[in-house]
Design a protein around this ligand. Structure first.
Ligand code: TYD
Length: 210
């Protein structure tokens, strides 16, 4: 049986990932693909419990390394329980955030550097995305978009502007470093234009995998 495809979405808070994930899913399903959507941190019962601990704004004393390892633990469980089996079954798996989030937020944002790569290599093994969509929004604009939503901010969203700026710069470096895998798109473009670029690139990938 043909193996499936693994696509991840990345971007700062308020970059419009979920809208684009929904549009891509609908398109792939129209084309007859079986699509599985999941998110990080979360996506399994255990990972959702870990998510609650990580994002709880009362856990303000959390050490950066603890944070990194909790994200990696949630990820290991999601890979083993959901992502790997679905790819083996030939599905297209779309994940809202994955390992690049840890490299950007913990590696660059929290200044933990390469240790984040090493820890995550144990969590994911060879389960790397075939393609990663990076929706680029500068932290000021992202912050404005979150404010409009009027939702309570989680522990990460409450982190400083300087932190979010480092995360953004980290993403830009990842885009350069992994230009074969990461498709960077300005999130300020219209929903339709962004969706069209994503669908084109996914179709190219599907063709090359045949
Ligand atoms: P979530 O509400 O899922 O954010 P979003 O809707 O922006 O995707 O919360 C996840 C938060 O966790 C988000 O601020 C990014 C952060 N994060 C990390 O810091 N490291 C990680 O490895 C992951 C997956 C997320």
């Amino acid at each position: 049986m043909n193996k499936g495809l693994f696509i991840t979405f990345e971007g700062g808070d308020g970059s419009g990932k979920s809208t684009q994930i929904t549009i891509l899913k609908q398109n792939l399903e129209k084309a007859g693909k079986e699509v599985l959507i999941t998110r990080e941190p979360g996506g399994t019962e255990i990972s959702e419990k870990i998510r609650e601990i990580i994002l709880d704004k009362n856990n303000s004393e959390m050490d950066d390394m603890t944070e990194t390892m909790l994200y990696a633990a949630a990820r290991a469980q999601l890979v083993a329980q959901v992502i790997k089996p679905a790819i083996e079954e030939g599905k297209v798996v779309i994940c809202d955030r994955f390992v690049d989030s840890s490299i950007a937020y913990q590696g660059y944002g929290r200044n933990l550097g390469d240790s984040v790569n090493i820890i995550n290599s144990f969590a994911i093994g060879d389960c790397m995305p075939d393609m990663t969509v990076l929706l680029k929004v500068n932290p000021r604009e992202g912050n404005r978009r979150i404010s409009v939503r009027n939702e309570e901010r989680d522990r990460i969203e409450l982190a400083s502007e300087e932190f979010h700026q480092k995360v953004y710069e980290g993403y830009l470096e990842l885009e350069k470093k992994y230009s074969d895998r990461i498709v960077g798109i300005e999130a300020t473009d219209t929903i339709e234009n962004i969706a069209a670029v994503i669908i084109d690139r996914v179709n190219e990938l599907l063709k090359s995998k045949k």
